[in-house]
Design a binder for this molecule. Structure first.
Ligand code: NAD
Length: 261
């Protein structure tokens, strides 16, 4: 239980990879703030399960990652509730698939806000407390799309490349403060985010569901399998350990070999 007594905020953790981070850090003893959208009863079920299964405290923040004031409030509330924010995982993200000429301007703005700017606002709010306590772990979920592009994902690929730059910059700023800043870049992980993009990809590429699964998604991954959410979360747990204190500014791939090709 390496994180006993520490507090972790994970954005976009009502589902998918974020929820797996929350559960994995709770298993290590951290008190948890989960965040994201969904049905109130589903969120409460996940929150209370974390407390029950791992014997930690778990709170829920409804902060909308497109709203800087709500983000600052989420970090302040977590500091007040648990005494600190020691681990910050910037994970909230959405996807939209369309050729650039039809890409809705409001979708571009929304993806940049949720997938990129929210990480800036979270880090900006959490760094002072981490510097004061001389310990912190900041992790963002980037993507294989922080390293390579795919057509029809202008906003997503742009935001994810920028997350890698934000990670490196903040890592340098806090390098002597006991705070590490890294990002994790998964390939395709089977979550609602991937499932939801299948219909639009079918339309954009004029393909069947099966063709999208095999010729677009798994085609990119030499291992020919989806990454599991628990495999992504295990990297975050390692990055939070003392053994990882000299890993900072890194972009760690977990993509079945996608970006090796
Ligand atoms: P998901 O759809 O299961 O989860 C996304 C989470 O973000 C949910 O909790 C959702 O409620 C939350 N969210 C969305 N908009 C929000 C907002 N405005 N404010 C607060 N929360 C909001 O998706 P996922 O696949 O688990 O994605 C998590 C992260 O992992 C994203 O940043 C995504 O880009 C990244 N990622 C996913 C994959 C993949 O294949 N699934 C691959 C690489 C990177």
């Amino acid at each position: 239980m390496s994180l006993k007594g520490k507090s972790a905020v994970i954005t976009g953790s009502t589902s998918g990879i974020g929820l797996a981070y929350a559960r994995a850090l709770a298993q290590e003893g951290a008190n948890i703030t989960i965040n994201g959208f969904g049905k109130a009863e589903d969120i409460e079920k996940e929150r209370s399960a974390i407390e029950r299964e791992f014997g930690v405290k778990a709170a829920y923040s409804p902060a909308d990652m497109t709203k800087p004031a709500e983000i600052a409030e989420m970090i302040a509330t977590a500091e007040k509730t648990f005494g600190s924010v020691d681990v910050l995982i910037c994970n909230a993200g959405i996807q939209f698939v369309s050729p650039i000429e039809d890409f809705p301007i409001e979708k571009w703005d929304q993806i940049i806000a949720i997938n990129l700017s929210s990480a800036f606002h979270c880090m900006r709010a959490a760094v002072p407390g981490m510097k004061k306590r001389k310990w912190g772990r900041i992790i963002s979920t980037a993507s294989a799309h922080s390293l390579v592009a795919s057509p029809f994902k202008t906003a997503y690929v742009s935001a994810k490349h920028a997350i890698a730059g934000l990670t490196k910059t903040v890592a340098l700023e806090v390098a002597t403060d006991g705070v590490t800043v890294n990002c994790i870049s998964p390939g395709y992980v089977w979550t609602p985010l991937v499932e939801k993009q299948i219909p639009d990809t079918m339309k954009a590429r004029n393909m069947t569901r099966e063709q999208v699964m095999n010729d677009v998604l798994l085609a990119a991954q030499p291992t020919k399998e989806f990454v599991k959410v628990e495999e992504v979360a295990a990297i975050a747990v390692f990055l939070c350990s003392d053994a990882a204190k000299n890993i900072t500014g890194a972009n760690i791939s977990v993509d079945g070999g996608w970006t090796a090709a």
